[in-house]
Design a binder for this molecule. Structure first.
Ligand SMILES: NC(=O)c1ccc[n+]([C@@H]2O[C@H](COP(=O)([O-])OP(=O)(O)OC[C@H]3O[C@@H](n4cnc5c(N)ncnc54)[C@H](O)[C@@H]3O)[C@@H](O)[C@H]2O)c1
Length: 368
């Protein structure tokens, strides 16, 4: 079967791991074109990874007949423009998260893709990793009984200590909920099912942030979004949950995610990664046991969702990391902020159906 040809728009911080995995790990795709408005980034990516074409104008890339799928690695507020341009040029699109910076942007992209008969996928794909597929198997095997609730904590002091250009994390489309929430909410719905209503309470603790990473050490950023966001979730199955995402707080010892059932508690690892330690508490043992991963892809497999989508284009089977699922996650995240602003519970209109569990083909980088 011919390899699916990938064109990448945005050769910034996260592009390195995508380029590595798409050129070395996933064997049924090839990167044919890279683009960044900053010429040195596009040229550097092409030279380092042996990509035959680079450009500085995304219109060249989205209209390149040698590109089947556009991988959108722009900043959050660039996502809509890049994805819409690619879909309008007749290309399938896989976007970094979030799908858009508002529910309306995400919905417009899902509608556009469906109208044009194209596939739209969206990160995160970490929930396809071995640890998270194992957690789902544990829950679906009944090992924690009926689902009662869940707690999730994403606690950090912000990204300005390590990201070279962290401004976008504090502009519309940024903030801890839209930036890190996708990992947590995507994992929660994959484990628990869809969410039907949310409420939230959010604040901005620091109006100005000081960059401590290089090369812009000492520069400041005006904060335009809430940076400490609490949310409550009512799941379709009757379970209830809570989530805290914050860029304002130092080290917490709270677990990343806990799932509570009538027969036990499951500690789920950090959903920003593909693997991690899974712990299960059952009353018989009166302690936590570590459960080994039962699925492949435990390392840094970024791009797994795109490889899965490429297989879906080739075979016609359903893709796992779909825009429709990402839209549900986006509606939930925006719902917390809306609830906080309007001081009321917000109903979620989009639904969520769990994708098929991953299957091992026995060959790393070949999807089922
Ligand atoms: N950095 C991380 O660790 C990380 C991790 C996971 C996800 N992400 C997500 O990946 C996305 C990109 O993040 P990043 O950290 O790489 O950002 P970045 O600012 O380092 O890189 C973005 C790049 O996109 C380019 N760009 C933007 N619009 C463009 C256009 N129209 N045409 C061509 N080039 C364009 C910019 O010039 C820039 O080089 C964000 O959505 C972010 O949330 C980042």
């Amino acid at each position: 079967m011919d390899k699916m040809r990938i064109g990448i728009v945005g050769c910034g911080d996260i592009s390195g791991i995508y380029l590595k995995n798409l050129t070395e790990l996933y064997r049924e795709v090839e990167v044919t074109h890279v683009c960044d408005v900053m010429a040195e980034r596009a040229r550097g990516a092409a030279e380092e990874h042996g990509i035959r074409r680079f450009s500085t104008d995304m219109n060249e890339l989205v209209n390149d007949p040698q590109v089947d799928i556009v991988l959108n690695l722009g900043r959050t507020f660039d996502h809509f423009g890049i994805s819409a341009a690619a879909l309008n040029a007749g290309k399938h699109v896989y976007s970094e998260k979030p799908l858009g910076i508002t529910f309306e942007e995400g919905k417009a992209l899902v509608d556009l893709a469906e109208e044009k008969g194209l596939l739209l996928g969206c990160a995160p794909d970490t929930f396809l990793g071995g640890a998270f597929q194992t957690c789902r198997k544990i829950i679906e095997s009944g090992m924690i009984g009926d689902l009662i609730g869940a707690s999730a904590f994403m606690v950090c002091r912000g990204h300005e200590s390590w990201h070279p250009n962290p401004d976008f994390y504090y502009k519309p489309g940024g903030g801890p909920m839209l930036d890190m929430g996708p990992y947590y909410i995507t994992t929660l719905v994959n484990l628990m099912g869809g969410i039907k209503s949310v409420s939230g309470m959010a604040k901005k603790s620091f109006p100005v942030r000081t960059i401590t990473s290089e090369p812009r050490f000492g520069e400041t950023i005006e904060v335009e979004v809430e940076t400490h966001v609490n949310g409550l979730m009512e799941f379709e199955n009757g379970a209830v949950g809570n989530i805290l995402t914050t860029f304002d707080v130092y080290h917490s010892k709270a677990p990343s995610i806990e799932i509570y059932g009538s027969e036990g508690t499951l500690q789920v690892p950090d959903p920003d990664w593909f693997g991690g330690e899974i712990k299960l508490y059952r009353p018989e043992t009166e302690d936590y046991s570590v459960i080994p991963s039962m699925f492949p892809y435990d390392g840094n497999c970024r791009g797994l969702g795109l490889a899965d989508m490429a297989k879906a284009v080739q075979t016609g089977r359903e893709m796992r990391v779909s825009g429709r699922r990402a839209l549900h996650v986006l509606e939930v995240m925006c719902g917390f902020i809306k609830s906080s602003e309007e001081r009321r519970t917000v109903d979620i209109g989009t639904g969520y159906t769990k994708p098929a569990l991953m299957k091992s083909t026995g060959l790393a980088g070949i999807l089922d």
